[in-house]
Structure formats: C-alpha cells, structure tokens
Design a protein around this ligand. Structure first.
Ligand code: GLP
Length: 242
C-alpha cells in the first residue's frame, strides 16, 4: 500500500485528480471505476476543471460505478446515476452510453447484477478504481461481514450506513435499505485502486484498514492484499494511524 498523506480535503481531491488524469492520458481506452458520496465530489470538481482547461478528454473513457440504491431510478436526485450525471458526466465530454451504473429499478435485480459483472469482464476489467470508505470500513456497499469473494449483488445496508447516508434524504425512512453493489471480489480485480479518505469520522476505519487484521469484519482491510493500492488521506483521517 502506498499512503499519500495530505493536509486536507482539497489537497486530497487535487492529488487524486492528477493520478486519474495521468492514467487517462497513459491508456488508449481507459476503464475507470467510480464512486459516489461526499468524498469524491471535490475530485470530480477538479476533473471538470482540468477538462475545461483542455488538459484531458473523456471521449475514449468508459466508467463503471460501484453501486446504486435499490428502488431509485436515475432521475431520482438521490440515485447514484443522478449524482454522477450531475456532479461529473454532464460537465465533460464523455458519452453517457459509455458510463455504467447498476440499474436500481431493474425488474430482475439478480440478472442486472450478473449482467453488470459480465459487462466489466467484457471490456477487460477496470484499470483504475476510485474508492471511498464507510465509517464502518465498508467499500462500495459491502458491509462488514461480506465475503471477500463476493460478486456484484443485492445487499442489505446496515443501520450505521443508513444513518450516515440519511443526510442526503428528508428522513431516515426514505433511505433505501438495499443496494446493488459490486462485490469485494469484483472490486479487488481492478488493476489499480485509489482509496480516498477525509475527516476524523473515518480515522478508526482507516487505521484498521491499514494496520488491522485482514478480516471480513472490516471490508477495506482486503486492500492490504492488493498489489497496487494508493491511499490518499488527509491528516484528520490518518490521525489514528501509528
Ligand atoms: C456510501 C457509498 C460508498 C462510499 C461511502 C462513504 O455508502 N456506497 O461508496 O464510499 O458511503 O461515503 P462518503 O464519501 O459520503 O463519506
């Protein structure tokens, strides 16, 4: 694991942007894995800035998002499809049909998950995966206890995650209790992973992910076994790492 310690959220976003823009320039047809949540928002703003300055084009880029809430369609402001269109895709020159987010309102959710997984395989896998970290150590929506071999599937969200994500909804009752999520097994097949972590609320989970036992109780701990992981974290997030 390579750990890049930065001062704050802004610096985290800029460092991550540089790594991603460099990767896009390096590869002919880059496949990016993208995340939602508050953590990557600054990164997406930085990327839009680089695009507007003419430094990077997304014409040949394909993206796969990690997860989506069950029951929210892409027009719902709290769906992850909406988030991605709103925060990134509509501001850059990416073709929307090259952007993939699991469909949370598919009639057959299981088939949707299998198709999603297959699609990733068909394009040759993800070159660079961006990850955030849940306060309980989850990656994507893989909650503690999820098998390290898990593949894309319908998952139940824990109370802690519902409460963390409640801030985006009018009430906790409105937070979907299930999601479609790439599995841990799927995520760690990415050739390269960048984990972004900011703020003290993530400090415990990050310290366990870096120095703790590799255990399914702390999903992000699996990253210790991946050959090409870069953690970009701010001082607050790293405050419990010895
Ligand atoms: C959500 C997402 C994750 C994200 C995590 C952290 O539950 N499914 O992909 O990394 O929470 O979110 P945030 O960045 O808002 O703290």
């Amino acid at each position: 694991m390579k750990i890049i310690k930065v001062k704050d959220y802004d610096e985290m976003s800029k460092k991550a942007c540089k790594l991603i823009v460099d990767k896009i320039k390096e590869l002919n047809d880059p496949i990016l894995g993208l995340a939602t949540g508050s953590t990557p928002e600054g990164l997406y703003q930085q990327i839009i800035g680089k695009y507007k300055q003419g430094e990077v084009s997304f014409k040949n880029v394909t993206t796969f998002n990690l997860d989506e809430y069950v029951g929210l369609d892409g027009d719902h402001p709290n769906s992850y499809r909406y988030f991605m269109n709103d925060k990134l895709f509509k501001h850059i020159d990416i073709s929307l049909d090259q952007t993939f987010v699991p469909n949370g309102i598919a009639n057959d959710l299981k088939a949707e998950c299998n198709d999603y997984e297959q699609l990733i395989q068909d394009v040759g896998g993800i070159d660079l995966q961006v990850l955030g970290l849940g306060t309980n150590g989850h990656i994507a929506f893989n909650e503690p206890g999820t098998s390290f071999d898990s593949r894309t599937s319908v998952v139940d969200l824990t109370q802690e995650t519902l409460e963390s994500n409640r801030r985006f909804f009018d009430s906790i009752e409105e937070v979907p209790t299930q999601a479609l999520s790439m599995g841990i097994g799927s995520v760690i097949e990415a050739k390269e992973i960048i984990l972004l972590v900011s703020g003290e609320s993530k400090a415990k989970a990050l310290s366990l992910a870096i120095n703790g036992e590799i255990t399914e109780d702390l999903p992000a701990s699996i990253l210790q076994q991946h050959d090409h992981v870069t953690i970009i974290a701010d001082e607050a997030a790293l405050s419990q790492v010895k």
